[in-house]
Ligand binder design. Structure first.
Ligand code: OKP
Ligand code: ZN
Length: 343
């Protein structure tokens, strides 16, 4: 299968994150994408092409246009306010604060449009975010034009980004924009299967009241794991979206035997929905040696995931999300793709 990948991801680098009680280099770093690219070349998965430039029209249907303008302007405004280095928020409009008035100061705005301190900005962030979004849409076009599958090697990832907030290393929700784009091309139903270790709270929020995009999430139980405040099994959608959101939270230490059972349940939900297209939010932080995660999948499990996904016989767009064990991220992510192609 073809991979769509932009070297412009690398501008989103050198940023730091708040980890428990110290500021550390961000786990979501450029080498992640480079290891995946190198592995694609090593196994000969297929051509790697650069994305076409896309406008933000489709993104504006799943994100608040004011939020997208904020993403573009935040770093210049951060500098103009006399600050330097990584821009990150430190105050959020949570319960009992006003979430309906956008502050004019940069420190107010950056908290207003985020749910955590994990989506941080440096000078090259917006360009990298745009390129990641473009990769998702260009890979979606390949599927739309008849390729059985395509891989959007997106960086930064997207599944924690919601209609008007960043967080968890995510800015634009690449999978959500691709889903909207397929609908705009005439698809009636799109399924998003999110196999990242973390719950895709942004994807869930964006489609929670809609029936045209089914969201199936396999993840660590938010009772013990990030993002902590969404992803429980009783979140089934609302209004027109009722019955179209499915959460399959799992315990700490889950290995293939438990995880694959959840995957089977997810497949049943997807095939009962009879989507026109499947989007896989592909995170490989379920890996046993992932530095920030607590599941126990091994490298041999990833081709099995791909093989199982192929059995759904759906046009499939893979969109890269998380995975932080950089030495193995290529083996594991590309393992899913070669398994899908049964090689
Ligand atoms: C992004 B994706 C702090 C841990 C929180 C945030 C994880 C974001 C994961 N000590 N880190 O879903 O892979
Ligand atoms: Zn993750």
């Amino acid at each position: 299968m073809k991979t769509v990948f932009s070297p412009r991801h690398a501008g989103h680098s050198g940023n730091v994150e708040l980890d428990t009680n110290e500021i550390v280099p961000a786990y979501e770093k450029p080498s992640r994408a480079e290891f995946i690219r190198a592995r694609i070349e090593a196994v000969g998965l297929g051509p790697i092409v650069e994305p076409q430039a896309h406008g933000l029209e489709t993104a504006r249907k799943v994100h608040d246009p004011a939020y997208l303008e904020f993403l573009e302007s935040v770093y210049p405004e951060w500098l103009a306010a006399g600050r330097s280095g990584t821009a990150m928020p430190y105050v959020w409009p949570t319960r009992a604060l006003r979430a309906d008035v956008v502050p004019t100061s940069i420190e107010g705005k950056i908290g207003f449009y985020a749910f955590d301190a994990g989506a941080t900005f440096v000078a090259g962030t917006w360009d990298a975010v745009r390129s990641s979004h473009d990769s998702a849409l260009s890979a979606a076009s390949l599927v739309e034009s008849g390729e059985p599958a395509a891989f959007a090697l997106c960086r930064p990832p997207g599944h924690h980004a919601g209609s008007n907030f960043a967080g968890g290393y995510c800015f634009i929700n690449n999978a959500a924009v691709a889903a909207q784009w397929f609908l705009d091309q005439g698809a009636k139903r799109v399924s998003i299967l999110d196999v990242d270790y973390h719950h895709g709270n942004g994807t869930q929020e964006i489609f929670y009241r809609r029936s045209d995009v089914q969201v199936v999430n396999l993840h660590a139980d938010p009772l013990f794991e990030y993002p902590h405040f969404l992803g429980h099994a009783d979140e089934g959608g609302e209004g027109a979206g009722e019955g179209f959101n499915h959460n399959l939270p799992m315990a700490r230490g889950t290995d293939w035997s438990g995880w694959s059972k959840a995957l089977e349940r997810g497949f049943k939900l997807v095939s009962d929905y009879t989507p026109d297209v499947l989007i896989v939010s592909l995170g490989v932080d379920t890996f046993e040696r992932d530095p920030i995660s607590q599941f126990k999948l091994v490298s041999d499990d990833y081709p099995k995931i791909g093989r199982e996904i192929a059995r759904l016989r759906l046009p499939t767009l893979f969109v890269m999300e998380g995975g932080y064990a950089v030495e193995e991220i290529g083996i594991n992510a590309v393992g899913v793709l070669t398994g899908f192609e049964d090689r």
